[in-house]
Write a protein that binds this ligand. Sequence first.
Ligand code: BGC
Length: 371
Amino acid sequence: MNRKYLAGIAAASILTLSLTACGGSRGGGDAAAEGGSNEGAKIGVAMPTQQSERWIADGENVKSQLEELGYDVDLQFANDDIPTQISQIENMINGGVKALVVASIDGTTLTSVLDQAEAQDIPVIAYDRLINESDTVDYYTTFDNEEVGVQQATSLLTGLGILDAEGKETGEMGPFDVELFAGSPDDNNATFFWDGAMKTLKPYLDSGVLRVPSGQTEFEQAAILRWLPDTAQDRMEDLLTVGGGERLEGVLSPYDGLSIGIISALTSGGYSADELPVVTGQDAEVGSVKSIVEGEQYSTIFKDVRELGKQAVTMVDALMKGEEPEVNDTETYDNGVKVVPAYLLESQIVTVDNYEAALVETGYYTEDDLK
Ligand code: BGC
């Protein structure tokens, strides 16, 4: 994957490690407290899995940007296995990290390992996914997750012709048969995506413009544990048999990996390439962008993980210098123990109409990546 890491990194790299040991926030770094340098301070970066391109890119981005600033990085991927992630974080703490950046698998399972971090005054930044039930999470950086769900549902409505390109109603009344998928129930983001999507679809479900043949409109019914494509494929296969034989016109999918499983089930269930329903997604993964260009998947949501990485690195660097990281949301992300101060980034709907401008012209992918 030849992502080009452009201006952001160049800009980040000219930040110096000069210290402003002003104290106040937790984990100002031993070196900061002593008025020395954080050069070479070790930062632990815990990512959930390498089964999805986006997390590999996230890990690489955060690592390379931290290294540009002179930090030493312990980057680990946990293969979507909770005990593995816990022991990786434990090893990072025992290995002397000065800060942790954690994208959790299950946001509720890290409480006791993070207590160990707290005991050693190691600040913790939740990366993309909120860590729940822990007062040890100092900061959070992510995208506006509810807005991601709104965008997914909006693109479904646009793809069906209910909304036009400006988001205005066309007067198209359907009815359209759609099925709905949600993400992993242990990922705090999944309910935000679902809530954003369902609030957008509700008026059309209520009026009958959209119908769900299976009747499965609850999060618990639609959720796919651990975001597994095969589980989504199995559920889609089942839905094709319970729906009463109607031809589906749309599928709300919250993640590109699920969309691939869903499209496979549809294809083997008798839908030819030109009669596939409008299928949404998230992450602009290469396989799905290619599928969009080929006219199979309809849309994805582009979340520029270069920017997310930059934000996490900026937070770490501020903490290491004893400064307060900048946040832009202090209300949305209550983890059950506290509202975690967050920095939210914006996402973008991508279809065949704008993928070049959004993904190629911004250097996220090259034309060759998408061939
Ligand atoms: C992320 C999404 C991703 C999903 C599956 C979520 O926590 O925010 O971008 O599609 O996990 O990996």
